[in-house]
Design a protein around this ligand. Structure first.
Ligand code: CTP
Length: 403
């Protein structure tokens, strides 16, 4: 899966002959799973039609601040477009547009959108070789890079003028791989390993029965996806769940009992940079497992239980460089209980769920958390979808590991 999947890509097209290649660029972004909107300079419409780009992008194409031919004139907001974008790419970027971008000139919708964009802006110049070599163009490119924009170098070859040299816009496939590589190499967890536990554990009573709990595993799974989208290599150790995960950066290890989870964790813990324990591990297991199915009798049945190993506490004991995050599910004295778990288990952060909060905890698609760190700083969050909760948890982890 491309790192561009699900990303909002804003393509700015300016008036160079290479504009004809933007139809392939839009196609390739769409193939990579991105959502694409296109803004064109008025003159670029002589090189490629808005109809082509709007058909391929499945979105309206904008080139003016408002469309004067429309009966209900509508403002095309450069601010909204700029905010929508997860990344902006200006391709082809002519010498004229580069110069205006470098100066902050804002005389068309594309330039106003560029100035409004909060995301990374890539630019792929395209022009004749002498224009490209000209010191002003070279200076403008340097200036734009100095502003944090990312330069996608042109290639050398035959140019539209018939001359040979540098100035040909990078091919659409090259632009896509350049952006993918750039995003990947700038992800905050690139090169880091994250291990996660998720789901319930089942403790066998006999060949057909077990002690378990209602954990769906969802919180652990969305945390795994979030870690992967931040660039980490993930090991997800999960108890029985009906959830599936399809991401090459996530290695899934299925376990059943607390003992299985303990072993899988310790086989992977020493290589981890971050370890998050979101599993609802059974605290007790039957002392003996019956070989045969236990038959129904009139008398009361007693099953003797013994504690399982506390996997998180055992990780806290051997922890070295690992940033260790635990969860606490509480029904009373929530903050105090969570603080003491943080200390006893030697954690860096604890994520508290209170079962007193409606919409929090097992099975639900939402969660309401409070995060407590080693210095006992407490941050409480609103009730949110679990995907957003995972973002909050990783934001907090990133703040701490960067500090
Ligand atoms: N945990 C674990 N192994 C266990 C029990 C818990 O790894 N045998 C982890 C959980 O994954 C969670 C944290 O410890 O990250 C706290 O779990 P919780 O059930 O809230 O607390 P317990 O320590 O089990 O204490 P209690 O059930 O008494 O509240």
């Amino acid at each position: 899966m491309s790192v561009l999947s699900g990303k909002n890509v804003l393509l700015g097209v300016t008036a160079g002959i290479a504009a004809y290649k933007t139809s392939f660029l839009v196609r390739n972004f769409i193939k990579a799973g991105a959502n694409v909107q296109v803004v064109m300079t008025p003159a670029s419409k002589d090189f490629v039609t808005p109809l082509t780009l709007s058909t391929l992008s499945k979105n309206p194409v904008y080139s003016t601040f408002y469309d004067s031919e429309e009966e209900n004139e509508q403002w095309n907001s450069h601010v909204d477009l700029g905010l929508w974008a997860d990344l902006m790419i200006i391709a082809p970027a002519t010498a004229n547009t580069l110069s205006k971008m470098a100066k902050g000139t804002c005389d068309n919708l594309l330039l106003a959108t560029y100035l409004s964009a909060k995301s990374t802006v890539y630019f792929a110049p395209a022009m004749d070789l002498d224009m490209y070599k000209h010191p002003t163009t070279q200076q403008n490119i340097k200036k734009l890079q100095g502003f944090g924009n990312v330069f996608i170098p042109p290639s050398s070859g035959e140019l539209a003028s018939g001359l040979e040299g540098e100035g040909r816009m990078a091919e659409p496939e090259e632009i896509i791989s350049f952006i993918e590589d750039h995003i990947l190499s700038n992800l905050p967890l690139q090169g880091k390993r994250v291990i996660l536990t998720a789901g319930p554990t089942y403790e066998a009573i006999d060949p057909v029965r077990f002690i378990g709990n209602h954990s769906s595993g969802k919180m652990g799974f969305v945390l795994a996806k979030q870690a992967a989208s931040l660039g980490a290599e993930v090991v997800l150790i999960t108890g029985p769940t009906c959830l599936s995960i399809d991401n090459l950066a996530i290695k899934r290890i299925d376990v059943i009992s607390a003992q299985d989870m303990y072993e899988a964790v310790h086989q992977n813990f020493n290589i981890a940079d971050i370890a998050i324990f979101a599993a609802a591990v059974a605290d007790y297991k039957p002392k003996t497992i019956a070989d045969q199915k236990i038959k129904k009798k009139e008398a009361v049945l007693q099953i003797e239980l013994e504690p399982t190993k506390d996997i998180l506490a055992s990780a806290g004991k051997v922890k070295d460089k690992q940033f260790l995050v635990g969860f606490a599910l509480e029904t009373e004295n929530e903050i105090d209980n969570a603080k003491s778990k943080l200390k006893q288990k030697n954690l860096d952060l604890i994520v508290l769920n209170s079962l007193q909060d409606i919409g929090a905890g097992f099975k639900s698609d939402t969660n309401k958390i409070t995060i407590i760190d080693r210095d006992e700083n407490i941050t409480s969050y609103d009730l949110k979808p679990k995907e957003e909760v995972a973002v909050d948890i990783f934001d907090e982890i990133l703040k701490k590991i960067d500090a």
